[in-house]
Design a protein around this ligand. Structure first.
Ligand SMILES: [Zn+2]
Length: 861
């Protein structure tokens, strides 16, 4: 699909010829359940006499008129592009086409609510999917104003980048968009004509349509009162806690306006929870869409509530960084995303109830970054985005998490005040324009006086993570020499400058108390820390205290022993998180036996009070048990963990966050008769746990656990779906069905998701989760061969999101054995010509299994 895969060179060549002024896009959403009408009129300037093209992905194009001259669609529309010959200095282009509704979360997604039959639509355009809805020069530096006119059922809400106008009712017309029935009775149809947007990039335009419920509010800003809206499907309205969403939103408005010294740039701010959504959220200008999982039907973990607030702030930060000032090309995608991650975490830590947000960042975000940075697919933060395919596989742990970690390091390096001053002049200079990284660095150099050229080369243009190890010698309890050594992996040998802190902790009344902290620049293979010389040897010496640096950390032997002997004595959550991260990293690197890590986690599980740390302990011990523990020990270690989780669940405080997390973790391992009996009892209501309310989501957790263990069949799952016949219910039922431990159940899941096209994105993802969930891994053995045989056709025939979802989620990771590794290596060897995005994803699977095998070897002793 070369036409779809716009290259950076093509984009640069096009913006040298074309500059866009305005789009008028007219959509008719009343033409049936499969397609919609779309008419685009673009005004643009061009080099006279030049030829160019505009992007469009549509089933059919009926008319193309350029400067009054009709162009034959058969001749001019091919391969997702409309060829535009003989351009004038000023051009008017009108394209009439039929667009297709999607069920993949890309372009114009159409969803029918099983609860009431209502139709809900939303658009998702990043990276290149506005062309699925209208004819567009699809690249971020061709900004323009966009005016949408939409015809739709009169009872719908229409939400776009500009405030919603009063609709004009235009009599009756068959209303196929109104319900899922194509022969719906004629209903009232209305037309909404929005005001043109300010000049923005096409990927942040948006349209959301359907009978959404809404809660309205407003916020005072430097630009006056800005209307706020929070929307969701009607059948979800009962669960919408709009107050909490709005509270975080308002905190963000105040914080960012002050921090950036720049008024909120758009006319209003709506947030819409949308069904079957691929990502967490999307920063459409003034019209943010958010995954519906962030409306809570039942009790959820504190970690998820915190994450939702972070997501709200992340998208809001994009209104300035990304939407007001936009990257020129996708090379700076990392800066766009990392900045939003850094800014939202800063806001969360400083202006909301989540003052420990940087601990969460260390625990979740950085762990993701380190993991991604040690895969063979790692790449410099400033990635070389030669074309759209490269962009699409780069929404990864480097672009988001490592970028944000390194930005945090940059703030430490230049200082918080100079960083803020640099940002302020950046926004003032580049509002409504496009920029590159160099434009930001110029401002930061001016305000900080630091040379960022070398820093940027070492940090942004090279890949890989350094390891920092303290070296301390002492005599009679006094430090005589102290240094920090820095190493780099062979493949990525760069050593870097780090701004970091070293903390000295002593055990006082059973708690580690920080007695000294030194902050310094380190560089090269070894850096002296003279400040420590002459001080008493601490019980625990922590390199990268306060987590300023981006680096793997090791503790000296005595400190590690002291910390692991009493991990609960690390009462502050950030150093506790740092020490546990070091232990986990050692486990991943085969320096600590996986069984030992699982025992450490088991000790801590009943006592961990920080929701994100508990979540991480559970995830890591699950990974360790499932794939890192030596096969010969696995049954015993798994049984121990199951039993420890069961005990911890029973003992957890009633109604607590820990109770919910431990229950979910225990259920995923439940297989002993004792566990199955409790699952059954909780589901039927014959047994109870103190303070646990068995809501609908917990019922699915319990039932899926029973299904996985072969203790619940299709009839029972169908009955549960009848009780909860909602979108969520359908997704959970798909997972439970696929989790049943029979060859037939796995076969059905595989066929529906991999071999057939048609499952909506969200159902496919849940089916994959169920498929991969097995107590007896032999059930997945046949899929080693089938998975690799299917790869090329899946990648070729499905949309990007669906293909990636299948390739990542249906890989039988849990087998984690030599046979799987060999098969994956063989596929890579035999497929040098496979698309780079596919090869990259498969190589990551290979790396994960290879790491597991090494850990197993270490664990076997
Ligand atoms: Zn973002």
């Amino acid at each position: 699909m070369p036409g779809k895969n716009l290259t950076r060179d093509e984009a640069a060549a096009r913006s040298a010829i074309v500059s866009t002024d305005s789009y008028a896009v007219s959509l008719d959403l009343t033409t049936g359940p499969d397609t919609f009408g779309t008419v685009t009129t673009v005004q643009f300037r061009a080099t006279e006499g030049a030829e160019s093209f505009i992007d469009l992905c549509a089933p059919s194009v009926s008319s193309i008129v350029l400067n009054g001259e009709s162009l034959d669609p058969v001749e001019h529309y091919a391969d997702s592009r409309i060829r535009l010959p003989r351009l004038a200095a000023r051009n008017t282009l009108t394209v009439e086409a039929t667009g297709a509704y999607m069920n993949t979360g890309e372009g114009m997604h159409r969803f029918v609510d099983p609860a009431d039959g209502e139709v809900y639509l939303y658009t998702q355009f990043e990276v290149p999917d506005s062309r699925r809805v209208f004819a567009v020069f699809e690249q971020p530096d061709l900004k323009a104003t966009f005016q949408f006119t939409v015809t739709a059922p009169a009872h719908w809400q229409l939400i776009s980048n500009q405030p919603t106008p009063q609709p004009v009712t235009a009599g009756s017309k068959p209303g196929a968009g109104q319900t899922d029935s194509s022969d719906a009775t004629p209903g009232d149809i209305a037309t909404w004509t929005f005001e043109p947007t300010p000049p923005i990039s096409s990927y942040i335009t948006a349209l959301v349509a359907g009978p959404y419920a809404v809660v309205r509010d407003e916020v005072a800003t430097r630009a006056g009162t800005v209307p706020l809206g929070v929307f969701c499907r009607r059948s979800m309205e009962q669960y919408l806690d709009a107050d909490n969403v709005l509270e975080a939103t308002k905190a963000g408005f105040t914080f960012f306006e002050e921090e950036f010294d720049q008024p909120y740039p758009f006319a209003k701010y709506d947030q819409i929870f949308t069904p079957e959504y691929n990502a967490g959220a999307m920063e459409n200008a003034g019209c943010v869409t958010i995954v519906e999982a962030y409306i809570f039907r039942g009790k959820v973990t504190e970690a998820i509530i915190e994450r939702r607030a972070l997501t709200i702030l992340h998208e809001l930060a994009h209104m300035w960084f990304g939407d007001l000032v936009t990257m020129k090309w996708w090379d700076d995608l990392w800066l766009n995303e990392s900045f939003a991650e850094w800014a939202s975490t800063t806001c969360q830590a400083e202006a909301t109830q989540w003052s420990q947000a940087w601990t969460t960042f260390a625990t979740a975000e950085k762990a993701w970054a380190y993991r991604q940075d040690q895969l063979s697919s790692t790449h410099p933060i400033a990635a070389d985005m030669v074309d759209l395919e490269a962009v699409e596989v780069n929404f990864d742990g480097i672009t988001y998490a490592k970028g944000a970690s390194v930005l945090k390091q940059l703030v430490a390096y230049v200082g918080r005040e100079p960083f803020r001053d640099g940002l302020r002049s950046y926004f003032a200079k580049h509002a409504w324009g496009n920029t590159t990284l160099a434009d930001l660095l110029t401002e930061l150099e001016a305000t900080s006086g630091r040379d960022l050229h070398t820093w940027s080369q070492l940090w942004l243009e090279t890949a890989g993570v350094n390891t920092l190890v303290p070296q301390v010698t002492s005599q009679d309890g006094t430090i005589t020499a102290a240094s920090i050594t820095q190493t780099a992996p062979d493949e990525w040998p760069t050593l870097r400058p780090h701004r970091l802190a070293v903390g000295c902790y002593d055990l006082v009344d059973g708690e580690f108390v920080r007695t000294h902290r030194v902050e310094l620049d380190i560089d090269g293979a070894s850096t002296q820390v003279p400040d420590l010389v002459g001080r008493p040897v601490p019980d625990l010496l922590l390199v990268n205290d306060d987590d300023l640096a981006y680096a793997k950390i090791r503790l000296d032997e005595a400190s590690l022993a002291a910390a692991l002997a009493q991990p609960r004595a690390l009462v502050d959550s950030l150093p506790r998180s740092q020490v546990l991260a070091a232990a986990w990293d050692m486990t991943r690197d085969g320096e600590m036996a996986a069984s030992d890590y699982v025992s450490l986690a088991q000790q801590l599980l009943p006592f961990e009070t920080e929701s994100n740390l508990l979540r991480s302990l559970i995830e890591q011990s699950s990974t360790a048990v499932l794939t890192y523990v030596a096969p010969a020990k696995r049954a015993a270690v798994t049984a121990e963990l199951e039993s420890a989780l069961l005990d911890a669940t029973r003992e957890a405080a009633g109604g607590s966050d820990a109770q919910l997390q431990l229950l979910t973790a225990w259920a995923s391992f439940a297989r002993s008769p004792q566990s199955l009996e409790l699952l059954r009892g909780l589901l039927s209501g014959e047994q109870a746990l103190d303070g646990l309310i068995v809501d609908q989501d917990i019922r699915w957790t319990l039932l899926t656990a029973l299904a996985t263990a072969g203790a619940a069949d299709e009839t029972e799952i169908d009955a549960e779906l009848e009780r909860d016949d909602t979108a969520t219910g359908r997704e959970k039922a798909a997972r439970a069905l696929a989790a049943r431990p029979t060859a037939e159940a796995k076969e059905t899941a595989w066929r529906d998701a991999v071999e057939h096209d048609g499952l909506p994105n969200a159902v496919l993802a849940q089916t994959a989760l169920g498929f991969g969930r097995v107590h007896d891994t032999a059930l997945l053995e046949p899929y080693v061969e089938r998975y690799h045989s299917a790869l090329s056709s899946v990648w070729e025939s499905r949309t990007h999101h669906i293909a990636e979802s299948i390739v990542v989620r249906f890989y039988p990771h849990v087998l984690a054995d030599q046979h799987l590794l060999d098969a994956t290596v063989a596929w890579l060897d035999a497929s040098p010509e496979a698309p780079s995005g596919l090869r990259r994803t498969v190589a990551e699977n290979r790396d994960t299994v290879a790491r597991a095998l090494k850990a197993q070897e270490r664990d076997a002793g």
